[in-house]
Design a protein around this ligand. Structure first.
Ligand SMILES: *Cc1c(COP(=O)(O)O)cnc(C)c1O
Length: 384
């Protein structure tokens, strides 16, 4: 049953294939949707933090810009600096900072600093003084998420300080906030708080060019949260921020396919155990195929005995525990051979499992499935 290895195949042992033409067309589709639903002129920020949700920050950033994204968004300054070092000169905003961060390098390479405290505003002024560069900032207001962002009771003080630091080279380019994606009523409450913040800022003489509140979910579902820009993360990867996919007709396609090659095949008799703890035993004679990806590669152990993979167009269940480097698939009597390609997830329109199905199997969200794909899995790119 195991047959000869497919020695002709040169496919890598494990691999995440990212289709950059898909990233580009997802950004185009999102922009077309904004335009078609009253959002003409709304700018788009492609969020490429966390190595572009595991897809590779530099190639994804380039593809998103080619698709018409106006801005790039990252969490850490280091992520923004890496984009600059790769030669990307598009506008970049970074919003999550080490408390002892120096902003000098960031502002000298033209990265906007998302500001969550008056201390950070003062640190930008200091960086502007030492570098002679303008410190472009975007004030992040906490409107209810209670993560970072300036707390409401400190808004006016921060606005006044920002205004006063104008003469020291600090310029407020934007004011933004982030939604909890809770109920419609909760989101509306946050939107109202954000608008109060904008009004208070205007009272202090701040009327920045950029105002932004919505990430993918609100950008699609709540046009009144779009303001002058939307920050799109999960959508550019073709994944839905909701558990059950996108509304029809948006034209968004998953950009990542995760795959590996069958590393071992064996025929076993009924009652044979599989993987650690022998937590699964085969109910009949069957063929087991070994897939060389495990939790070291970001495959959630929680999905043991729950998720499935696709081999040669057929779905096969994972049996037994997912281990650090490998897991076992029960392929029944299918003629699976050593070296065959196994697709863990990709574009479900082609019949393979989706990242969403893995998320359900692991009690998590598709964001986590793609973002946690480990560094041992090489990324390869199509559609450049
Ligand atoms: C991660 C993040 C986003 C992107 O969210 P998606 O749901 O992936 O679109 C937008 N804004 C901020 C502040 C974020 O941290």
């Amino acid at each position: 049953m195991s047959g000869d290895p497919d020695v002709r195949s040169t496919a890598p042992f494990r691999e995440a294939v990212i289709d950059l033409a898909v990233i580009r067309s997802n950004v185009e589709a999102l922009r077309a949707h904004l335009t078609a639903t009253g959002g003409a002129g709304v700018r788009t920020m492609a969020v490429v933090k966390a190595n572009a949700y595991g897809h590779g920050a530099v190639p994804v950033a380039r593809a998103a810009l080619a698709g018409g994204a106006d801005w790039l968004g990252v969490a850490d300054i280091e992520e923004g600096i890496a984009l600059r070092k790769a030669g990307i000169d598009a506008p970049v905003l970074a919003w999550l900072h080490d408390p002892t961060a120096s902003f000098a390098e960031a502002i000298s390479v033209g990265i906007d600093i998302g500001i969550s405290s008056t201390e950070q505003l003062r640190a930008v002024a200091e960086a502007a003084r030492t570098t002679g560069s303008t410190g472009w900032v975007q004030l992040k207001l906490d409107t209810g998420l209670s993560r970072n962002g300036i707390p409401a009771q400190e808004w006016v003080g921060a606005f006044r300080l920002a205004r006063a630091l104008r003469s020291e080279g600090v310029v407020v380019r934007g004011i933004f906030s982030h939604l909890a994606n809770a109920s419609a009523a909760d989101d509306a409450e946050q939107r109202a708080a954000y608008e109060r913040g904008l009004a208070l800022a205007a009272d202090e003489g701040l009327r920045p060019e950029l105002t932004h509140l919505a990430a993918t979910a609100a950008a699609l579902a709540r046009p009144d949260t779009r303001f002058s820009m939307v920050r799109i993360g999960i959508g550019i990867y073709g994944l839905s921020p909701w558990g059950n996919g996108f509304p029809a007709g948006l034209g968004l396609t998953p950009a990542m396919t995760l795959r590996g090659r069958v590393a071992a095949v064996r025929r076993v008799t009924a009652g044979a155990g599989a993987s650690y703890g022998l937590a699964w035993r085969t109910p009949r004679d069957t063929t087991l195929a070994l897939v060389p990806l495990g939790y070291a590669d970001g495959i959630p152990r929680r999905a043991s005995d729950r998720a499935s993979v696709s081999i040669d167009g057929t779905r096969h269940p994972i049996v037994g525990r997912i281990a650090m480097d490998q897991f076992i698939v029960d392929v029944g009597d299918a003629p699976v051979r050593l070296g065959d390609t196994v697709v863990l997830f990709g574009n479900p329109a082609t019949g393979v499992p989706s990242a969403e199905e893995w998320a359900e199997a692991a009690d998590t969200i598709n964001y986590e499935i793609v973002t946690r794909i480990g560094s041992r899995v090489p990324r390869s790119y199509r559609g450049e």
